[in-house]
Every structure is written in structure tokens, then in C-alpha cells.
Design a protein around this ligand. Structure first.
Ligand code: WT7
Length: 662
């Protein structure tokens, strides 16, 4: 025993492998009955009626699941509803004056903005009318290229109101990425922003949008939100429209929410895959909205009275599902913060939790690892006792980071939910139910009730407990993607070919493969190990190695490139680029800088290589395949195993030596 109680506590936490849900949490939890797993199992797929019942339907559905054409599963068929009605209108009578969105800008001297449900409803209606003035009709894909400003969720809900699917492109993505996505979706409308604040600087964004538009093959009507005011002069092109003008021209107008079929597309979200071409993941109105609303209630334990905060960016699926659609459908207050956690000081998040009395915090392991590094004095300086639940998402969380979060943010009083899911799954899939399950740091937990998740070997047979295998989902679920935009074939080949009998009409023969490795323990708890395809997870963001490689080989002087992920203490993974130069090109500093800049320009700052390693050759198998695993080991400084099957075994030591030089 030491004299310092903190040291004892650390030691005790260190040794603890499992934690029980706090009693005071269980007493009030939305779900606290462990029988839910058996009940859902006994009652599948009708168990999902409860999720659909959380919504208001214009037309009731006829069938919970239509599995007649696998893997094109359909949910709540025949039903009709509108997502913006469910997120807004239905709360007006009871909660019209309550905050729907608490928006906090990055500059601390700027007033925050509160949107009550009535105010949000009003502006969504006015902007929906503005979109119609521009010519937007049901089923037109509207691209949103916006930072964390309130007009982003407003625009999403305005699109949903008139039945126009939105396609949000993360504001940190490059102009090229915007153009690729707009071309792929044939999107003729863009909503963007003049700029935004980042660590005290006003960043220009419209110029980047314009660069992107230069690469779009058709005319685009563009709406520009004024975020920076005088900090930016607003040139207007022929097809530019000021957001404020569109809204002002429709002051007080209401737009009838368009009844959508349950299976109508609510939105598209492009995500990285193994090939260079991003995948347009299609989500629907009925199934997706039911899924995110139910999981928000069951896993995040959201109640209307809560002030719930998910610190993700709405440009990713996490923000779509768990800042906008799930929380607002439940009528709660959703917090939205524009800036970074370390501006102006490293306690910005804790200051916000304290000031707004946040009841839940949902964030990413990469952020938690950064908080750990900065030190516990930052959260300790604030009153975080309003917190009732903590969540993480995006990548595996190491037990140390989990325990730090549990102790220093949750004061050992809040359950921590480690939620595994993907853009494609729409919402959470594997996690403990916070009022039911014991928590094991580092392991996400069991699959949610009603899901059939198995960890299998290459043949599709279940692996032994504790052994690494592949994660598979053996039954459809309402929040699942329906297809890849305009590409049913790729949908089947990407997700349903590995473990399915693709000739079969029997839905039981179809298995969804998310391309993650995992293991399972004796209690059925799943530990997700990471991607098994050529996709990196940098700070919880998915990046395709192929996308980065194709940017690099476009740099004059580069002959060949291989990109792999190396371990990074905060980001989880970092981008390592191995580059062979063309004959006559010196692998010098300017070339290195050019490569780094080119990757940033092509994809965005998140893809910035941690290291560019010049090498005369890449390790290849005799059949000519680049040995990525070996390059990863080199990046991680790990001992290299047997290299005798390589065509060029000697090269490995040379590369390892040049990484060491960096
Ligand atoms: C990939 C999906 C889920 C929304 C944000 C990312 C990894 C996600 C976890 C977790 C371990 C996780 C997986 C997955 N991942 N959550 N709790 N534990 N890994 O969505 O960009 O579609 O990425 O993120 O590898 O496949 P995404």
C-alpha cells in the first residue's frame, strides 16, 4: 500500500478486467432487463417492431422484413414516414421551447447558439423552401460540403423534408474528393460554407469547394453559408446563392414533409474501400431511422431531458447517426462543437461538459489517448459530475485508455460503451448494453440483441475462443446499407461474396462481411482487432491505401509506391509510404515534401504520411505481390520473420535501415 490513494486506485484499476454497470445507472437505464437478448432471439425479426414503434409513421408498414431477394433485404416495407418530421415536428407540442441543438463555435468570444425545436423546425422549413426555389426535387442528390456549423444539420433535415437524399462530404476532404463524390452521385446541388475556425484561424473553405466544382462534369447550383462574415470577402459566381437570402426569401414558410417509402434513400455516404473508388453507401428512411433511434435509446441511454454530446464531425457517419438523426428523433438536446479539443486550452471539452451539464459523452479512442497524454489535470479542473454515460467508437480502444476514460472522465460512476459499427451498418452493432452487461476494457462486448455475429476462420467455421478470426454478421438488420449507389454488383462482391452462397435464394445462406478481424471470449464478448483489407484507420477515420498510393504515383519522379499503416500512440494508425523513384530522380527533401503535399491535396490533411521512405525496391513475393505485412512490421519496428519466400529478401534490411534513419 502506498500513501497516495491515487496510486492505489491506479493499481486496482490496472488489475481489474471487468466492471459492473454502476447501480445508480442501472436503476434509471432505458434498458436494464437482461432477458432482452432471449426475447429478441425468440421473436426475430418481429423484435424490430419496437424500434420502428419509436417513430411516427404516415402509413404503417405491412412487413417487418422482406428477405425474398437476398442480399437486397428490405425493412418495414409498405410503410411511409418522413425523417425531418420525426426529428422535429412531432416534438413541437411538448418540447418546442426546449433546446434541440446547442451549438458552440470555436472562438471563445463568440456567442453560442441555441436552437429550440421550434426554431430549428422554422429554419429547416425555410431552407427546405429555399431548396425548392433552386429546383431541388425529391430524389435529387444534394451534396453538403460543410464544417461543423448549425446550417449543416439544418440542411440535412431540409433535404430529408423534401425527400432529397443528402451526400455529406467531410469538410476536411480535398477538392478532388468532393469532385469525385459529386460526379459519382450525379449531384447537381452543393451546399457549402465560406470558411470556419480552426485553432484560432479563419480557414477559407469556399475556394476549396470551387476547386472541386471545376472538376465536376455538370452545372451545379451552389448555396453558400456565411460563417466568417467580414473575415472573408464573398465573391459570388453565376451559380452561387447566399444561404441567408434563400432563408430570408422564405421567412415563415412551412413545407409539408414529403411522405417517403421506408425503403426510399435518406442519404448517401461515401467511404473508403480497397480500390481507389470510394463507395457510395445507401441508407434508407425507415430502417436506418429506426436503427439509430433505437440504439440511441438502448445504448446511449438518451432521454429527452438529457444534454447529450457526441464530439464527432457530422461529416462522418457517427455524426449523422448520433448527433443528428438518433438524438433528435428522441427529442433530446444534442451538443455540437465547431472546434478542436485543445483550443484555446486543452480543457475545452471539459469546460463545455461543465458549462452545459452534459449527461453523455460519445467520442473516439484517438481523442481519449490525446487527453491521457495531456494529463488528468485538465478534466480535474472541471465539474464533470453531470455525466451519466461515456461512449467510444471508431477503432479499438486499448484497456489503459478505457480505464483512464472510466476514471478521469467518468469518476468510476459512468458505464463506458465501446461500440463497434461501420458506415455500412448505419448504427451500433457490437457493444454492451450499459444497464445490463458487465464491461471488459478492450472488448466491445456481445452483439446487440437480435444480431447474429460470428467470428469465423477462412472457411466460415467458428474459431475457438480467444483465437483471431473474421467478424461476420449472419442475419440482416434494419440499419444495414441497402446497396452501393448505382452499383449493386459491387455491393454484393464487397460485402456478401466471402462467406455467402451467392447462388442461393435462401436468406440464411447470405453472410455480411465487414472486413474486420476479431476474437471472441467464453462470455461471447468480441474484441475487434482491426481491418483485414487494405484500409487504414487513422484517428478513427477510414483511408484506403490505394487512394493514397494513386495520389503518390502521380507525383513526377515517383515510379512505384506502397502505403501501409504503422502503429501510432495517439492516432492508432499512421500512414507510412514506401516510394521508389524513377531512374534519374533523386529521392531528396523537395520530392518528399511534394509527395506529402500531393497526398494532402488529393485526399485531405488526415491522410498526410507520417513517413515517406525512399527505397530502391519493394519486398515482393515471387508472384510479384507487395508484402504489405512486412512493410507494416518495418514501420512498427518489429522483428522480421522469415523472408525467404521473397523475390528480393535483401531489400528488407535496407528498408528497415532507412526507416530507422528517419
Ligand atoms: C471501421 C468502420 C463506426 C463509425 C465510425 C467509423 C473500426 C469502429 C470500432 C470499435 C474497434 C472499430 C472497424 C470498422 N471500428 N468502431 N468500437 N472497436 N474497431 O466508421 O469509417 O465506417 O469505419 O472502424 O475497423 O470496420 P467507418
Amino acid at each position: 500500500m502506498s500513501d497516495d490513494p491515487d496510486v492505489d486506485l491506479e493499481a486496482r484499476l490496472e488489475e481489474t478486467a471487468a466492471f459492473q454497470p454502476p447501480e445508480q445507472f442501472v436503476e434509471q437505464a432505458n434498458v436494464s432487463d437482461p432477458d432482452i437478448y432471449e426475447e429478441f432471439e425468440a421473436n426475430w425479426p418481429a423484435c424490430w417492431e419496437g424500434a420502428a414503434d419509436l417513430l411516427d409513421w404516415d402509413e404503417p408498414y405491412d412487413q417487418v422484413l422482406d428477405d425474398s431477394n437476398p442480399p437486397f433485404f428490405e425493412w418495414f416495407t409498405g410503410g411511409q414516414l418522413n425523417a425531418s418530421y420525426n426529428a422535429l415536428d412531432r416534438h413541437l407540442d411538448e418540447r418546442g421551447d426546449e433546446a434541440a441543438i446547442e451549438w458552440i463555435g470555436e472562438p471563445t468570444d463568440e456567442a453560442n447558439r441555441t436552437y429550440t425545436y421550434a426554431e430549428l423546425h422554422r429554419e429547416v422549413n425555410e431552407f427546405a423552401a429555399g431548396l425548392r426555389d433552386l429546383g431541388v426535387e425529391a430524389d435529387d442528390v444534394v451534396t453538403l460540403y460543410m464544417p461543423m456549423v448549425p446550417e449543416l444539420p439544418i440542411a440535412m433535415l431540409a433535404c430529408a423534408r423534401i425527400g432529397a437524399p443528402h451526400s455529406v462530404v467531410f469538410a476536411g476532404f480535398s477538392a478532388d474528393a468532393l469532385a469525385t463524390r459529386m460526379n459519382a452521385a450525379d449531384s447537381e446541388y452543393l451546399i457549402t460554407c465560406d470558411g470556419y475556425y480552426r485553432r484560432g484561424d479563419a480557414l477559407e473553405h469556399k475556394a476549396k469547394a470551387d476547386d472541386g466544382l471545376a472538376g465536376v462534369e455538370h452545372d451545379v447550383e451552389t448555396v453558400v453559408v456565411d460563417r466568417l462574415g467580414d473575415a472573408y470577402d464573398h465573391p459570388t459566381g453565376e451559380h452561387d446563392h447566399a444561404y441567408a437570402d434563400l432563408v430570408a426569401a422564405n421567412e415563415g414558410t412551412t413545407v409539408e414533409p414529403v411522405s417517403r417509402d421506408a425503403e426510399d434513400m435518406l442519404f448517401l455516404m461515401y467511404t473508403s474501400g480497397t480500390t481507389g473508388e470510394p463507395k457510395g453507401v445507401k441508407h434508407t428512411t425507415g430502417g436506418y431511422l429506426s436503427w439509430v433511434t433505437w440504439t440511441s435509446q438502448a445504448v446511449l441511454d438518451i432521454e429527452p431531458e438529457d444534454t447529450y454530446w457526441c464530439s464527432a464531425d457530422i461529416g462522418w457517419i457517427t455524426g449523422h447517426s448520433y448527433i443528428v438523426y438518433g438524438p433528435l428523433s428522441l427529442g433530446t438536446t444534442s451538443v455540437m462543437y465547431e472546434g478542436t479539443p485543445d483550443f484555446p486550452e486543452k480543457d475545452r471539452l471539459w469546460e463545455i461538459v461543465d458549462a452545459y451539464d452534459c449527461t453523455q459523452l460519445y467520442t473516439a479512442p484517438t481523442a481519449i489517448r490525446a487527453f491521457m497524454k495531456w494529463g488528468s489535470e485538465y478534466p480535474a479542473a472541471h465539474d464533470l459530475s453531470s455525466l451519466r454515460l461515456l461512449g467510444t467508437v471508431g477503432e479499438p480502444i486499448n484497456p489503459r485508455a478505457w480505464k483512464w476514460y472510466y476514471k478521469h472522465i467518468g469518476d468510476e460512476d459512468c458505464p463506458v460503451v465501446d461500440t463497434w459499427w461501420q458506415t455500412e451498418t448505419g448504427g451500433m452493432m457490437v457493444t454492451t448494453l450499459p444497464g445490463v452487461g458487465e464491461m471488459k476494457p478492450g472488448s466491445a462486448g456481445p452483439p446487440l440483441p437480435g444480431l447474429d455475429v460470428r467470428i469465423v476462420d477462412v472457411n466460415g467455421d467458428p474459431v475457438e475462443e480467444g483465437r483471431a478470426g473474421y467478424l461476420t454478421v449472419n442475419r440482416p438488420w434494419p440499419g444495414m446499407l441497402r446497396t452501393l449507389y448505382d452499383n449493386d454488383e459491387r455491393f454484393v462482391s464487397e460485402y456478401w461474396s466471402e462467406y455467402s452462397d451467392t447462388d442461393s435464394d435462401d436468406p440464411d445462406d447470405w453472410v455480411y462481411f465487414p472486413e474486420d478481424g476479431a476474437k471472441i471470449d467464453e462470455d461471447g464478448y468480441i474484441t475487434v482487432l482491426g481491418r483485414v483489407d487494405d484500409v487504414l484507420n487513422v484517428s478513427g477515420h477510414r483511408l484506403g491505401t490505394m487512394e493514397i498510393e494513386s495520389a503518390i504515383v502521380g507525383v513526377p519522379g515517383v515510379a512505384e509506391a506502397a502505403v501501409v499503416g504503422g502503429h501510432h500512440d495517439v492516432k492508432g494508425e499512421a500512414v507510412y509510404a514506401y516510394v521508389i523513384t524513377e531512374d534519374g530522380y533523386d529521392p531528396d527533401e523537395p520530392l518528399r515534401e511534394n509527395i506529402i503535399d500531393t497526398v494532402e491535396d488529393a485526399i485531405g490533411p488526415i491522410a498526410r504520411p507520417e513517413a515517406v521512405v525512399f527505397t530502391p525496391e519493394l519486398p515482393k513475393t515471387r508472384s510479384g505481390k507487395i508484402m504489405r505485412r512486412l512493410l507494416e512490421d518495418i514501420a512498427n519496428g518489429e522483428a522480421l520473420g522469415d523472408t525467404s519466400t521473397l523475390r528480393n529478401p535483401d531489400i528488407v534490411d535496407d528498408i528497415a535501415a532507412s526507416v530507422g534513419d528517419d
